[in-house]
Design a protein around this ligand. Structure first.
Ligand SMILES: Cc1cc2nc3c(=O)[nH]c(=O)nc-3n(C[C@H](O)[C@H](O)[C@H](O)COP(=O)(O)OP(=O)(O)OC[C@H]3O[C@@H](n4cnc5c(N)ncnc54)[C@H](O)[C@@H]3O)c2cc1C
Length: 667
């Protein structure tokens, strides 16, 4: 047997394997917590590419009808979980139909089949029924084990008490005010974001306890591990007053950065220089739209190159790529620094992304449910199937327990069928036996076929060419253009938050580390749901990772990140979670082996809908952008999802559903 590799530190041989094992023990990798799936994510993903045709994942029986079925409470690898994507990947790889079995014809007839049970698909069902009446028969097919799509609920019972976090879509918030259709839909669901934000404000709990923001400087990027508390709270607001200078000076004093870098960060954050003198506001905006924020800092502000590591991930959360791939103008609109003295007129300009253009004029009202916009998905299902989701208000939805076994009953007009991957959607002409759409889907190890008068594809747009191979080539190419943004949101259950309290932090940004950010859950109370108020109590921590690859064009970064997620095992995510929290909070007495009680990793290889990026995408003539070509109706098939609005917001998902239903009914 080959001996394990050895490293030599001075004269002391160090056994790498046993060091790694010892570190794993310190981190608590061997501890019994609620975490691991039975199936390892990486093994499943690799298996998917070599999945023999017709070798379906086995799901005995109808999982959603089993007693105790409650996917939000599942831990381990969630988001696009094992079992949700393998069939779709086999379809993409061209292996699925090679040995696909003969489909079973279902004796079910629908007015509408919706593919995808995210907010867009659920909204499509809602709008269709609103237009056609309560007798409309609708089937919603969803490949995940839960409805909601990205609007995913993570449910924990820590210390016997319910605690919630969003596993994906976080809050009602959009660059532009909600359209009339989207606003009236959420009003009909009982949600008034403005009134709710007043009635259920985010309590000043953390600030009352002296907790604030911090930056974690990691050894690999900054030469040493150091948590520096007291990061200016308004980091990210462009019109900050000059009085913040003292705050920045104080914060930077403790940062492991050279004096030159500190001086330039201070200049970027609090200076008032006009870096493009002699140009009008419009000329400056045009110039800023043609270079990245990184280039702006290096070549216009002429900052020390060492500042880049500090700023690199500032845009990750918004766009899924760092400052190397985001235009400086968009960063100005999002409130990044360096523009204070440049006298840019407020408002949008030509060559801005959807988000930047919208936010530069204000944005929509904001409200956050404890499980994020999963509450919207659950309210939509309550509208469609009242006896499956108990309760009557947008407040009691937070603690309602869904009766999953009532989602797909033959006697109901609306049926929601989970764990069902659609593989074929085909128009059937009158000559072929009826003006209808034939939908093939896989559930368990079986292929089924079912008919409807029409179909809304509310699924991820890039899957559509595989479902509808007879689409025009130009439309298929347009659909492929939209590369979704990969993201990971982890929800980590802690026994208590003493360490956060002791160190005076509630949110930690980590510009160079594996996880971009680590934050105590927002302390929001609504209805019967109460957040933990004392550091003694268990709490959830939200961590996010953006697996981008700086230096590549944005869409290439998304593709590379997606691949990374598919080959990353839960164990790797878990180790990275334990390691990073431990390194951030050691001085506060945090012990990852003792203090971590549960982990859910929401892996989203196909996350945010693609938003055009002025640095990389051409300006298409009106009606000729890929999402506009891609969403064209195809016979009795129409196309929804936030992808077909070329952006990633809940209001857009609803608007696209409304359009797709109108196209179907008005054709
Ligand atoms: C991590 C994350 C955070 C976000 N945060 C916010 C936020 O705070 N606010 C906001 O407004 N938006 C946010 N978004 C954007 C979010 O995508 C939209 O708001 C909205 O939830 C999208 O809804 P959708 O129905 O269009 O798509 P999805 O939610 O993606 O739903 C589509 C569904 O179709 C299913 N599907 C795909 N192919 C098939 C098939 N062949 N057969 C059956 N089903 C299929 C998918 O699995 C999925 O469940 C976030 C997105 C992510 C990933």
């Amino acid at each position: 047997m080959t001996p394990p590799p050895r490293q030599f530190h001075g004269s002391q041989p160090v056994d790498v394997e046993s060091n790694a094992a010892a570190r794993d023990r310190e981190l608590g990798m061997d501890r019994e917590i609620t975490r691991r799936d039975f199936l390892n994510g990486a093994a499943m993903a690799i298996g998917a590419t070599s999945l023999p045709a017709g070798a379906f994942i086995q799901f005995p029986g109808e999982p959603q009808n089993r007693a105790g079925y409650n996917p939000p409470a599942s831990t381990g690898l969630r988001g696009s979980h094992s079992g949700s994507f393998e069939i779709a990947h086999a379809l993409r790889d061209g292996t699925f139909w090679e040995t696909a079995r003969k489909p079973a014809q279902l004796d079910e007839h629908y007015d509408l089949i919706v593919v995808g049970g995210g907010i867009s698909g659920l909204a499509a069902a809602y709008f269709f029924r609103e237009r056609t009446g309560q007798n409309a028969r609708i089937l919603i097919l969803e490949n995940h084990d839960d409805f909601g799509g990205h609007a995913k609920r993570n449910e924990f019972h820590l210390g016997g008490k319910l605690q919630l976090l969003n596993g994906g879509t976080m809050l009602i918030d959009s660059p532009t005010p909600y359209s009339q259709q989207a606003a009236s839909l959420i009003a009909k669901l009982g949600i008034d974001p403005v009134a709710f934000a007043k009635k259920y404000p985010l309590p000043a709990l953390y600030s009352s306890l002296g907790l604030g923001s911090a930056i974690f400087f990691d050894k690999q990027t900054f030469g040493e591990d150091r948590l520096v508390a007291g990061a200016p709270a308004d980091w990210g607001e462009s019109d900050r007053p000059a009085t913040k200078e003292s705050q920045w000076k104080q914060f930077l004093q403790s940062a492991p950065l050279s004096d030159a870098i500190k001086k330039d960060i201070l200049r970027i954050e609090t200076g008032s220089a006009d870096y493009l003198p002699g140009l009008t506001s419009a000329e400056k905006k045009d110039r800023l739209s043609r270079l990245s924020y990184k280039d702006f800092l290096l070549n216009i502000v002429k900052a020390d190159p060492g500042v880049i590591a500090f700023y690199q991930t500032r845009t990750n959360g918004e766009w899924g790529v760092g400052i190397d791939a985001e235009p400086a103008l968009d960063c100005w609109a999002l409130g990044l620094s360096g523009f204070q003295g440049m006298k840019l007129d407020p408002g949008p300009a030509m060559r801005m992304s959807y988000s930047a253009g919208g936010y530069s004029t204000g944005g929509s009202p904001r409200f956050h449910f404890p499980d994020g916009n999963a509450s919207i998905a659950r309210l939509l299902v309550r509208e469609l199937l009242p006896d499956a989701v108990p309760g009557r208000s947008a407040e009691d939805i937070v603690t309602a327990r869904v009766a999953y076994d009532r989602l797909d009953l033959p006697e109901r007009q609306v049926r929601v069928r989970l764990n069902s991957t659609v593989v074929r959607v085909q128009n059937v002409t009158a000559k072929e036996g009826g003006n209808a759409v034939l939908v093939g889907y896989v559930s368990g190890d079986k292929l089924y076929e079912v008919r409807a008068a029409g179909c809304v594809l509310a699924c991820w747009n890039m899957t559509i060419p595989y479902l509808c191979p007879d689409l025009p080539q130009k439309q298929k190419e347009a659909l492929h253009y939209l590369v979704k943004v990969p993201l990971v949101y982890a929800s980590v259950g802690l026994r208590n938050w003493h360490a956060f309290h002791k160190l005076g932090v509630h949110t930690i940004q980590s510009p160079g580390a594996y996880w971009d950010s680590t934050a105590l859950n927002w302390p929001i109370d609504i209805g019967d749901y109460k957040s933990p108020r004392s550091p003694e109590l268990p709490i959830l921590v939200h961590m996010s990772r953006t697996p981008c690859k700086p230096g590549l064009p944005a869409r290439e970064q998304h593709k590379a990140g997606r691949l990374e997620l598919l080959i990353t095992s839960f164990e790797t995510f878990e180790r990275a979670i334990r390691d990073q929290i431990a390194r951030c909070l050691t001085a506060g007495g945090f012990d990852p082996a003792r203090d971590i009680e549960a982990i859910t990793v929401n892996r989203w290889p196909h996350g945010y809908g693609y938003e055009y990026n002025p640095l990389f995408d051409p300006e298409w003539p009106r009606g000729e952008a890929p999402h506009e070509i891609g969403r064209k109706p195809h016979g009795r098939i129409t196309i929804a999802n936030s992808d077909s609005g070329a952006t990633a917001y809940t209001d857009v998902a609803i608007d696209q559903a409304f359009r797709a239903v109108s196209e179907l009914l008005d054709a």
